[in-house]
Design a protein around this ligand. Structure first.
Ligand SMILES: NC(=O)c1ccc[n+]([C@@H]2O[C@H](COP(=O)([O-])OP(=O)(O)OC[C@H]3O[C@@H](n4cnc5c(N)ncnc54)[C@H](OP(=O)(O)O)[C@@H]3O)[C@@H](O)[C@H]2O)c1
Length: 327
């Protein structure tokens, strides 16, 4: 096999980001889409020029037509369909949040180990060269000793009546949807989970957290804090505060090329820092190809992915009880 044949599990909105990335990659081709009806699969295949359309997820996953699948289903279906795909001989790139309980994550990892098929969380920004360079700068002491990390990811929900993010029983809520970005960014910089978390949420009539704020205390004394929500215009940033300066990343997660990165030195002098550019979703696709075709270790490990879910659950536990939670 010298090319990976990709299939899409569902006609999710987010596919529109993956399709160009698969097509831009050197060793991947998009060969199929599956949906819950033939009509919907056919219409999608025609719109996006995809050769094969399957009338159910099972039909595509049971077939020999695809090697790897992209799972962009609502959050509560990630574990079930990832495991089904792995057990039917497919490699799996599954959207964030990977799953909603640690038991689900463990069952997904066990299915990958049992079958030998690759399983990865689709956290695209982790593969972007901007994220990698900033982590290197932190590790090289560019900002001195880190003291505080701040972050935000919010957007205004345009279709609250129908959006899958507003259903509590489907893993809806701002923390699962967008809070996981700043939380995982901080985990990446700190190299692991916090020791202790505390969180506060605003739950709307929908029953999900529509605004959420979390604090994370790390063993090395660093404090990470972030907020997220569905009730204010699109806003993101990460701020890294150290003893030797401060870095502000305007677009750490989405469309990094549309934002700037600023360094402020201890005297308050601010300058723009040049960042490398790359198509945002290409890295996670190329990483799957390296793991499948070359047997390379995955860049974003399943241990890191498990820790994303572990910390998100601790933050929700804190928000629900009003108490700090020790991990
Ligand atoms: N990494 C990123 O940049 C990014 C961005 C956005 C979203 N996401 C993640 O991607 C996932 C999907 O988000 P999305 O906004 O693309 O979702 P969406 O547009 O609502 O699509 C979800 C798809 O799931 C399928 N589905 C299966 N059972 C369903 C049910 N009971 N009700 C509704 N749909 C059902 C539907 O496809 P069929 O009708 O074809 O079966 C639907 O198109 C989420 O996990 C989200 O966190 C990631």
């Amino acid at each position: 096999m010298d090319k990976v044949r990709w299939g899409l599990v569902s006609t999710a909105n987010i596919n529109r980001a993956l399709i160009p990335a698969i097509r831009a990659s050197e060793r991947g081709e998009l060969v199929a889409v599956s949906s819950r009806s033939q009509e919907s699969a056919d219409a999608y295949a025609a719109k996006w020029d995809i050769p094969q359309a399957f009338a159910s997820y099972e039909a595509m996953l049971d077939s020999d037509e695809v090697d790897a699948v992209y799972i962009g289903l609502p959050n509560h279906l990630h574990a079930e369909w990832s495991i089904y795909a792995l057990e039917h001989g497919k490699h799996v790139l599954c959207e964030k949040p990977f799953a909603l309980t640690l038991d689900e994550v463990d069952a997904m990892i066990a299915a990958s180990e049992r079958t030998g098929n690759v399983l990865a969380e689709a956290f695209m920004y982790r593969h972007h060269p901007q994220t990698k360079l900033i982590k290197e700068m932190v590790e090289n002491g560019r900002f001195g000793e880190i003291t505080v990390l701040n972050g935000l990811f919010s957007f205004a929900m345009g279709d609250p009546a129908t959006n899958v993010r507003m259903k509590p029983e489907w893993g809806g809520g701002a923390m699962w949807d967008v809070g996981v970005y700043p939380m995982s960014y901080m985990q990446n910089l700190m190299g692991g989970t916090p020791e202790r978390v505390f969180a506060t949420q605003w739950v709307g009539e929908s029953g999900v957290d529509e605004v959420f704020a979390g604090q994370m205390a790390y063993a090395n004394g660093v404090i990470g804090q972030f907020s997220c929500g569905f009730r204010s215009p699109f806003q993101t940033y990460i701020e890294i505060v150290g003893t030797e300066g401060r870095l502000l990343i305007e677009r750490p997660f989405v469309n990094p090329q549309d934002g700037k990165v600023y360094f402020t030195d201890p005297d308050g002098k601010k300058k723009k820092v040049k960042m490398p550019k790359k198509e945002l979703y290409l890295g996670e696709v190329e990483d799957m190809h390296a793991a499948i075709l070359d047997g390379q270790p995955q860049f974003l490990t399943l241990t890191e992915t498990r820790n994303h879910v572990k910390t998100a659950l601790a933050l929700y536990q804190s928000a629900n009880t009003g108490q700090p939670v020790t991990l």
